[in-house]
Design a protein around this ligand. Structure first.
Ligand code: C2E
Ligand code: CA
Ligand code: CA
Length: 657
């Protein structure tokens, strides 16, 4: 699986964003918890100070004092006992300073005998104690002197149970804080470890999530750019590759864009089944990869079409050399469903920069070269400027035609078909015209070849059939009893749904099947005979008659003609034209008419331009004829006024010439 570098970069960025985003709440949580712990530690320190002070008051101070107000001073015995108790406490380090104060603030006793630095009596802490409360504060000096806990609380001698003064006590904070700090440190470490674990878990989750996302996206990328059947890159990828190779910023590079179309693939699909077709396509993909160089690109463009990007080829000779090797390897025999066959294909080559650097242009040229190969004898064709200049217009034409269909610019002219025995119009042939907005009324020769090379032939034929049947209904309603003949191309016969489509149209317009005839050129039969024969049989099954058009041009074997369920053969106008002058053409046409009759079909001559030809054909028992001599193709309304009158348009001699 190929991963895009951008995709990987985007994935890492996403993960980083996740990681940072989860770091923020973790840090905030840590800060809040840390602060909570600190406050709790301080509270613990204060509580410890308070209980220590209580112990000192109860054990050392209160027992030494009588129940009198401290304002009255201390007795000598009291002072001595206090002094010895405080000396002991100070010596043991549990007290730093101890003062007894009267409610008015007067220092009654001080462990060191001095009254300096006593807390002013209007201090809030002193007032709290004087009123019976306890004030306890940590004094942080931060200047090298050790921190203290200051406690102010009432003195309640044991005897009375009533406050007699205020005890001002300073305790060392270092020991308490150290004890608290050790507890705090442990908690901090646990907190840090817990948060780090949490963060790690979050990061892990986000990492695995981004990885899964990335893999998912890569799979999607892969599917979007690859063909599921062969595993080859698809058209999209081909375009990108071609663009990079031919039009990339590193201009001045040489190479080739190649389009490959398999020959007879449809036959394989139809006769051996779709599974065999799939196997064949896979084999083609493998063989192409094997026979090409490592930095060449092989893509499946769809159906039986493949595309190659071949960098580094400097000219047509080099390209031909490489592709001949590819073709040889491709055409090695394979066995499919135990049928041995060889894969043949047409290659169209466009070279960059010689034929352009724009991928669109290169593809068009490769396409033209490929079609030229399909019709000619060479399987590999390198585009040559000027080989088929009109085809450069094809793509433009195809685009215009698509619009023409939408804008209703197509129309049908009809050419009468004359019954040579009666001289009356027995049918009409629909001939397509395009009312081009700039170029005027175009005959089919100007645009049909382009249509036949594109998928447009299906909608165009559908349009022609529909219009012809609608027109048939219209002239029938006005009293004319003409059958209608419609030309269809070989491409229509290839579409398996075509016979059914025609049936449905007949039904939709209420036209009896025998009122219509489809004309198929003889060359269409020569192309993919089996496919055409099957289509003709399917049409015949539905009661739709088929006529062989332009007979004599395509070298259809007589035996083939015999097997087809057709009803009419139209003799090509090339032979009809020579009837007046060439004895050879006369004998040829005579034998064709006999052959056609022998097979039980009717013979129609096309391109009758003179009265002499018409007479000769009638005498030769040709059944029907068409041509400018009788009428030029025109809108059916025009024909109605000229060709329904009872008098035949020409006096025909019916005796044999
Ligand atoms: P086609 O089927 O052989 O049609 C007869 C062509 O010969 C018509 O040309 C007609 O105008 C021309 N023609 C008729 N009488 C004479 C004559 O006395 N002398 C000469 N020199 N020509 C005559 P058009 O209309 O240009 O059509 C050309 C071809 O285009 C048709 O040949 C037919 O194969 C194809 N075509 C026409 N309409 C359609 C269509 O709707 N679908 C398909 N697939 N092909 C069509
Ligand atoms: Ca025709
Ligand atoms: Ca014809």
């Amino acid at each position: 699986m190929q991963l895009h570098p951008q995709r990987i970069r985007a994935g890492s960025r996403l993960f980083l964003a996740y990681a940072l985003a989860s770091l923020v709440p973790v840090l905030v949580l840590g800060l809040l918890l840390g602060q909570g712990y600190r406050r709790e530690a301080l509270d613990r320190g204060l509580a410890q100070g308070r209980s220590q002070a209580e112990v000192i008051e109860e054990m050392a101070v209160a027992p030494a004092l009588g129940a009198h107000d401290l304002r009255d001073g201390l007795t000598k015995a009291e002072t001595t006992q206090l002094q010895s108790a405080t000396d002991l406490a100070i010596f043991s380090g549990s007290v730093v300073r101890l003062r007894l104060r009267s409610f008015t603030g007067q220092v009654i006793f001080s462990d060191d005998g001095s009254t300096a630095n006593a807390l002013p009596s209007d201090h809030i802490a002193f007032r709290t104690a004087a009123n019976g409360g306890t004030d306890i504060t940590v004094l942080e000096h931060g200047d090298g002197r050790s921190d203290l806990i200051r406690v102010l609380q009432p003195i309640i001698p044991n005897a009375s149970g009533e406050a007699t003064g205020v005890l001002e006590l300073y305790l060392p904070y270092a020991a308490i804080s150290a004890q608290v700090q050790t507890g705090l440190h442990g908690t901090y470490w646990r907190l840090v470890a817990g948060l780090a674990g949490l963060y790690l878990a979050l990061a892990l989750i986000s990492w695995s999530a981004t990885r899964r996302l990335r893999r998912h996206a890569a799979q999607r990328d892969y599917a979007a750019l690859h063909d599921s059947l062969t595993g080859l890159p698809n058209r999209e990828w081909f375009r990108m590759q071609a663009e990079r190779a031919a039009g990339g910023p590193s201009g001045g590079q040489h190479g080739a864009i190649v389009l490959i179309d398999l020959d007879h693939f449809k036959e394989v699909n139809d006769t051996l089944g779709h599974h065999a077709g799939d196997v064949l396509l896979r084999i083609v993909g493998e063989r192409l990869i094997e026979s090409l160089r490592t930095d060449d690109t092989v893509c499946r463009l769809g159906g039986d079409e493949f595309g190659l990007v071949l960098p580094g080829l400097t000219g047509p000779t080099e390209a031909m050399e490489l592709l001949r090797r590819v073709r040889d390897e491709l055409s090695e025999d394979i066995a499919l469903e135990s049928v041995k066959l060889s894969i043949e294909a047409s290659f169209g080559v466009a070279l960059y920069p010689a034929h352009g650097t724009d991928v669109e242009v290169l593809l068009q040229k490769a396409d033209m070269a490929m079609y030229q190969g399909k019709r000619g004898t060479s399987a590999i064709v390198v585009y040559e400027s000027g080989t088929a200049p009109e085809k450069t217009q094809w793509l433009v034409l195809q685009g215009e035609l698509r619009r023409a269909l939408e804008r209703d610019e197509l129309l049908l002219h009809y050419q009468p078909k004359i019954d040579l025995r009666t001289g009356l119009t027995c049918g009409v042939e629909a001939l397509l015209r395009w009312q081009h907005p700039q170029r005027g009324l175009l005959p089919p020769g100007d645009f049909l070849p382009a249509v036949e090379q594109s998928g447009l032939i299906q909608p165009v034929t559908a349009w022609v059939l529909r219009r012809a049947l609608d027109d048939h209904a219209a002239w029938t309603a006005r009293g004319a009893s003409w059958r209608v003949s419609v030309n269809v191309s070989a491409r229509n016969l290839e579409a398996p749904e075509f016979p059914e489509q025609v049936s449905r149209l007949l039904l939709a317009t209420g036209t009896p099947a025998e009122q219509m005839c489809l004309e198929v050129t003889e060359t269409a039969l020569a192309g993919d005979a089996a496919v055409a024969a099957r289509a003709i049989a399917a049409l015949a099954d539905r009661g739709i008659e088929v006529s062989i058009d332009d007979f004599g041009m395509g070298y259809t074997s007589l035996s083939q003609l015999r097997t087809l369920p057709v009803t009419e053969v139209k003799i090509d106008r090339e032979f009809v034209r020579g009837l007046d002058g060439s004895e050879q053409d006369r004998s040829l046409v005579r034998s064709v008419i006999e052959l056609v009759h022998g097979l039980g079909y009717t013979a129609t001559a096309e391109g009758v331009e003179t009265a002499a030809t018409a007479r000769w054909l009638a005498a030769a028992s040709c059944d029907a004829a068409q041509g400018f001599y009788f009428a030029v193709p025109a809108p059916w309304q025009d024909l109605l006024t000229h060709h329904t009158a009872g008098t035949p348009p020409v006096a025909l001699v019916t005796s044999r010439p």
